[in-house]
Structure formats: structure tokens, C-alpha cells
Design a protein around this ligand. Sequence first.
Ligand code: ZN
Length: 332
Amino acid sequence: MGFGGRAPSGSRVEPWPGITGGNGMSWLTNFVRPTLRRWISPRVLREAQWVTCPKCGATVFHRDLDANWRICPHCDHHLTLSAARRFDLLLDAESWARIEIPGAPADPLKFRDARRYGERLKEAAAQSREAEAVAVAHGRIDGRGAVIAAFEPHFLCGTAGAAAGEAVVAAAELAVLQDAPLLVVTGSQGPRIPDGAFALLQLPRVILALRKVAERNLPLIVVLADPAFDPISEALLQQADVVLAEPEARLGPPPADPFAPMDTPAFLAPRGGVVGAAAARRRGRIDRIADRRDIKAEIAAILDILCRPFPSATILAYPGQETKLIDAAPDA
Ligand SMILES: [Zn+2]
């Protein structure tokens, strides 16, 4: 074939190596953007970005949104909040520390879909600055000790795999050890299929760990933050003593196609059976809906009631019988 001539019919024209890949990705997205990202600190890059509110469409400066706990200043829509900011929001300043989570097997099945799962894990850790999709911290909420496990919605969409289960179990065990209430904040798009059976095995472990918390009469408070589409969150919502929800937070079943790669529209597609916070409250699945900025005060008030020692109760006997005083303390 001469220069400028036509390729013979049926022959495949190979793209120029280095400029366009076979999958249509350009040199700009393959090389220039990653190189720029390596040079410029991710924090500077993030703060200089604008975010479009998914509800009202207003464009908000990232820094302003962060300062407002990622609540849209125009329509009060609650955008996803990272686990680190969640700890800042709920725990007293300088009162809290993170817990190192026991290591779960990373990529036990050497899974691969469009990309290697191991690569996705590394990229998610770099972008979210979390080791996994659930982070655990212990600290004080208005002076009262508590353990918090928070889903990180920016780590592979908060998908619950083996490590997420380990983290919730570790948080529950720490709550029992410290005799402290347990708080869990949801934020997961579904189960993590690449962990296979290792992810499935976590559900009974989580349920058993929560049972130990209940046996010690320690409160379990779940904050429903959007979304909660994974089985671990479902178990937590069922076992919780009190469920608070952020406005418009959704709970529901796993994705219609859980085997789809985690960052694709097929995985994130709308699915049947999803319930919003208001509808869930009408069905009795949620106790209260509160603005993100008020949730700490709400939790403090609830803990004040749930952790208060039982006063002695006076039981009035039927006429003709003596009035008895009984001590209703839990250890009586
Ligand atoms: Zn808005």
C-alpha cells in the first residue's frame, strides 16, 4: 500500500502506537493526565475543582463544599462525605484516634475484569487516602467515649468486601473491650464481587460481633448516609437500636449486575427496591431524619438517654398489698 493509498478491504489499520490505544483511549488521557496528577499534589488539584450539585445543578467550589460538610449551599443536598471528614464531624476535636484494621487478604482470587483488581485497589487507596472501604476510629462524642466505623464511599464506591467486614468486626470488638457504644455510618454501592467467598463470609461474622455488642447492653447506632446497598449495611440497619438518616439517603438491594466492574454505569445503574430515607421512615426502618450538621448533637442526646443508669423504679401494688421498691439496675 502506498502512502495515502487505501487499505485493502478486510485489512485492519493498526493505530499509531503511543498515540491512540486499541481501546480508543488517547495519549492525553493515557499519559499527560496521569503525569500531571503525579506532579501536582492531589489536594491542590481537588481544591481547585468545581463540583456540580447532582440535585439542583449549581456549580460549587470544592473548598466551599468541603467547608459546608459537603452540603450544597443552594439546595441543602447532602453529597457523599469521606470517612476522615465523618470522624471530624462526629467526634470531639483531638479526642479521637484511628484503629488499624487486621489485614484481610488483598485480591485473594487474583481477579480481573476490564482491569486487574489489584490495580483498582492501589488506585482507590491513592485517591481516597484510605486503606479500605471502611475506616474505624475511637474517640469522644460530646465527652462520651464511642467507637465509629465509617464506610468510605470514595474507595471503590464503598463496596463491602473482606476488609470491610473485618473493619466492622474489629469496631464491634473494640466497643465491647472499651464498654463503649458502637456507631456505624453507611455509604456503600454494594458487595465487592472480586473478593468472592471471602466477602460473603463476613456477613455471619458481622452479625455475631453485633450480637456480642447487644449482649453487653451497648447501644448500636447506625447513621444511614447515602447509599446503603450492601448486605453488611442491611444487617447493621436490622440490628441497630437507633437508626438516624441523612435527608434523601437511600437503602436498597445490591446492583442488578453485581459482576459489572465497580466504576461502570452497569454497576451504578438504578435498581428496583431502592427506598429513600423519608419512605424508609414511614415504613419504620428509620427512627429519625436529621441534617448532617445536627447528627452529632442528635447522637449525643440519644447516648445520654441510652447510657443513663436505670433509676430505681417504684412499683405500686394493687390495693390491699404493700408498696414494693425494686431496684431495676441492669446488674441487679
Ligand atoms: Zn444543590
